[in-house]
Ligand binder design. Structure first.
Ligand SMILES: *[C@@H]1O[C@H](CO)[C@@H](O)[C@H](O)[C@H]1NC(C)=O
Ligand SMILES: *[C@@H]1O[C@H](CO)[C@@H](O)[C@H](O)[C@H]1NC(C)=O
Ligand SMILES: *[C@@H]1O[C@H](CO)[C@@H](O)[C@H](O)[C@H]1NC(C)=O
Ligand SMILES: *[C@@H]1O[C@H](CO)[C@@H](O)[C@H](O)[C@H]1NC(C)=O
Ligand SMILES: *[C@@H]1O[C@H](CO)[C@@H](O)[C@H](O)[C@H]1NC(C)=O
Ligand SMILES: *[C@@H]1O[C@H](CO)[C@@H](O)[C@H](O)[C@H]1NC(C)=O
Ligand SMILES: *[C@@H]1O[C@H](CO)[C@@H](O)[C@H](O)[C@H]1NC(C)=O
Ligand SMILES: *[C@@H]1O[C@H](CO)[C@@H](O)[C@H](O)[C@H]1NC(C)=O
Length: 727
């Protein structure tokens, strides 16, 4: 029984889908992986050995058993702590020990790839002129590793030697070599930093891959692939292993620890938990706080839990959280019926048709061997009947071969890249094919290979992209921005299957693959942040982020009932405008700590996140959280209750020394928005000016009111959305 529970539990953990249920059902007090957090490292480390300190502490709680066996990892480069196998009782003893800030169980996080996880039954509910400055920058990618031989990571075009500041190393394991492009590699899972999944190579190449001509996926989307900063360096930190075992907290923290100490400039992390986490429980929030302190901006994926409201992940204000939108290239596929009717579907079908129309069949014919509902879903396949034919399936089928093709009704579970000729049709078109089949003597069809068309509706936020409001800190608008994350062609691991999961029956090998997810959107913005930093090497993480947010291109909602800003934040990131934002909203460590005090975080939690000891003066005042110098405005108010919300902000002039900015407010009938003063005049660069934005109103019912302000000086356009959530 215990074993069964354990198996279920470990499966559940492995698929990272229902961790809380797993935890709730787990009465067994066996050792579990815990992270023991000890705060900062001592200033002088000469006589201090973190590992022996960690072993010593373990020895005191292990009651005689060997501490080296339970110590999984020591963190000793950017912060102090360790991961160890501990029972709940042992963990409770450790928390009492001197110097221990906190002890918490390690969780499993997921890469933010695609809907393809659904297919395996993993319910998703539960990646030349600036040459010399650019080549001085390093993008750290915390992911599934990297394929070092990929053309995207060759150093052919890089002349400059590895930057002097680089303190990292190429510790990718056996048969893993770095070069002047891929300058660092470390692994925390498996036995090498080699990417056997594909996700890490994909995200790294989106951020900083070389220009590679004539890349494509079986000829689909053929063209040049490239990263935002092709001369920047890449360091890969492999925290997610082969298969579906997710990415563990303790490995993620170790990767942050190393990446910060190695000297990366930007960290790209397309990983998130399966639901939003409190900051003190979120290893990515904690790791990225340390990165921010060391002036490293962390860019992360907003999550693939959309379009559910409040599903956004990676919500800490010191991170940049990215939503995924479509691009103007759309990949479609077509089916031609025997009556010459052509229907358009949406899967990426790499299989070439030979020009023959083949018969259409129902999975089980008209036999009553299995219930109709099962048969309609292709749950029971009459192999003889369907051999070589095109089968109609209400659901995505689980079989991999034996049929000539599949037509599937579009649902919330789909795999973009199928194993066999497959077309996904809208319900209406699917029913059309069904009635054609039922009303035709010799129903036939031909499924064509996918092609690309123009999508004039782009950019639109993808349905899967996680939505706001920020479930942890509603005063901080998340996601921050949107970037392309649908059907992105980028480097891949040739030892993975194109669908991204290990599968014996799929022997295809590709160097470039098309993936969708906020995982793919994240490295677009990591690349943009690196690009901005190449122009402004001295800018803080908050300044770089502000530049990207205030210059983003406004977007429009996908549908009337979709709160646009909750889908795309400030809009679609715009690299060219981001390098010259005019004004920036800067934030320092102390401001974030003050915000945590205002939120009512107790000193213990604040210490855990920030290492600050007793920083809060006086009682928490939630109404001051809106004063964090964030480049967007958000607040929650109650219906029918009059409100007057103040947002204090300070902008720094990074445009023209002598300049004057006037404010434009988008009027909305429900509220009165004022900005004081409404003109900001600067005499020098880096001069700061403050203003207060007030939103006054009384709104009768639940609603979300959105507006925006723009500071204009004639050449710069500094925009911030305003979101008033009445709930
Ligand atoms: C430690 O070991 C002793 C003797 O074997 C045992 O009585 C005690 O229950 C153990 N304590 C814990 C916390 O395992
Ligand atoms: C090293 O890895 C590459 C890529 O997988 C492979 O082609 C090569 O044979 C390997 N070499 C050795 C010595 O294992
Ligand atoms: C969050 O962390 C705290 C201690 O840091 C712990 O008590 C709590 O159980 C954690 N919550 C979750 C949901 O993991
Ligand atoms: C085309 O493919 C179908 C089904 O795979 C096969 O039956 C047929 O013989 C092929 N036709 C030609 C001309 O190769
Ligand atoms: C097929 O057509 C017959 C007669 O027109 C009808 O009774 C039956 O319901 C149809 N079946 C399907 C699956 O549409
Ligand atoms: C709103 O609050 C500000 C202070 O934050 C105050 O100056 C202003 O008079 C208030 N407005 C109203 C209408 O109460
Ligand atoms: C700054 O601009 C104002 C108005 O455009 C102009 O009158 C003034 O001379 C300028 N000052 C300097 C130092 O350039
Ligand atoms: C906005 O201000 C005007 C003028 O002071 C006032 O008439 C109006 O009622 C205000 N609207 C709201 C929504 O508070």
């Amino acid at each position: 029984m215990v074993k069964h529970n354990f198996l279920v539990c470990s499966v559940v953990i492995a698929i990272a889908s229902m961790l809380s249920i797993c935890d709730a059902n787990n009465n067994d007090d066996g050792p579990k992986l815990h992270i023991v957090y000890l705060g900062s490292l001592p200033e002088t480390t000469n006589s201090y050995s973190p590992t022996s300190h960690h072993l010593n502490m373990l020895q005191q709680v292990l009651n005689g058993s060997n501490p080296t066996k339970s110590l999984v990892r020591s963190y000793k480069r950017s912060f102090n702590g360790f991961a160890a196998m501990l029972t709940n009782e042992q963990a409770a003893k450790l928390i009492e020990m001197e110097g221990v800030v906190s002890v918490f169980p390690s969780k499993t996080l997921q890469t933010q790839t695609t809907r393809s996880w659904d297919f395996l039954g993993l319910p998703i509910k539960a990646a030349k002129k600036q040459q010399s400055t650019e080549s001085n920058l390093v993008v750290g990618v915390i992911d599934t590793g990297i394929w070092p031989e990929s053309e995207s990571f060759s150093d052919e075009d890089i002349n400059d030697p590895v930057p002097k500041k680089w303190k990292g190393t190429c510790a990718g394991g056996k048969n893993f070599t770095c070069n002047k492009k891929l300058i660092g590699a470390r692994f925390y899972v498996d036995d090498s930093a080699r990417d056997s999944h594909g996700h890490g190579s994909h995200t790294a190449s989106i951020a900083a891959g070389n220009n590679v001509d004539n890349a494509g996926f079986y000829g689909i989307a053929q063209g040049t692939v490239r990263g935002a900063v092709p001369y920047a360096r890449i360091a890969a930190y492999k925290v997610c292993g082969t298969g579906f075992f997710g990415c563990d907290d303790h490995d993620i923290l170790a990767a942050f620890d190393d990446a910060i100490a190695d000297g990366v400039d930007i960290i790209s992390i397309s990983i998130g938990f399966i639901r939003p986490l409190n900051l003190e429980n979120d290893s990515i929030a904690i790791g990225s706080f340390h990165a921010m302190v060391k002036r490293v901006l962390v860019v992360s994926a907003a999550g693939n839990l959309g379009p559910k409201l409040g599903s956004v992940l990676n919500v800490a204000p010191w991170m940049l959280s990215v939503a995924a939108n479509t691009i103007d290239r759309k990949i479609i596929d077509k089916v031609i019926l025997g009556n010459r009717k052509v229907l358009t579907g949406s899967s990426i079908n790499p299989f070439e048709s030979n020009g023959t129309k083949i018969p259409i069949a129902l999975s089980n014919g008209d036999s009553d061997k299995c219930p109709k509902e099962e048969a309609d879903k292709c749950g029971c396949l009459d192999e003889i009947l369907v051999k070589g034919k095109i089968v109609l399936c209400d659901n995505y089928p689980s079989f991999r071969d034996g049929v000539g093709g599949v037509i599937v009704k579009e649902g919330d579970t789909f795999l973009r890249i199928p194993f066999l000729p497959l077309l996904t049709l809208s319900e209406k078109d699917y029913e059309f094919v069904k009635s054609y089949k039922n009303s035709t003597k010799d129903p036939r069809a031909e499924i064509l290979k996918s092609e690309t068309t123009r999508d004039d509706d782009a950019p639109k936020v993808a349905a899967f992209s996680s939505r706001g409001p920020n479930p942890i800190i509603p005063e901080i608008l998340k996601p921050d921005v949107s970037a392309p994350g649908v059907d992105i062609l980028a480097a891949y691991s040739p030892i993975s299957s194109p669908t991204g999961f290990p599968d014996e029956s799929d022997k295809r090998s590709v160097n470039y693959d098309i993936l969708s997810g906020t995982s793919m959107a994240c490295p677009h913005v990591s690349g943009i942040a690196t690009y901005v930093k190449s122009f402004h090497p001295d800018w803080s993480p908050a300044a770089i982020k502000s530049a990207i947010l205030t210059s983003a291109k406004p977007m429009v909602s996908s549908s009337v009932d979709d709160v646009g800003e909750y889908a795309y934040g400030s809009g679609q990131a715009n690299p060219i405008q981001a390098i010259n934002p005019g004004l920036v909203y800067d934030i320092n460590k102390g401001d974030y700590v003050q915000m945590l005090c205002n939120l009512g975080y107790d000193n213990g939690k604040i210490k855990l996140i920030t290492e600050e000891i007793n920083p809060c003066k006086g009682a928490a005042d939630r109404s001051l959280v809106t004063n964090l110098n964030y480049p967007s405005f958000a607040v929650q108010v109650r219906p029918k209750v009059p409100f007057n919300i103040s947002f204090s902000r300070t902008v720094t002039n990074v445009g023209l020394a002598n300049s004057s900015y006037g404010v434009t407010i988008t009027p909305v009938p429900e509220v009165n928005i004022t900005v004081t003063p409404s003109v900001l005049s600067f005499k020098a660069l880096d001069e700061k000016k403050s203003f207060v934005l007030n939103v006054i109103g009384k709104i009768p019912r639940t609603n979300v009111v959105t507006s925006s302000i723009v500071w204009l000086d004639g050449s710069h356009h500094v925009r911030s959305p305003i979101v008033i959530d009445v709930s």
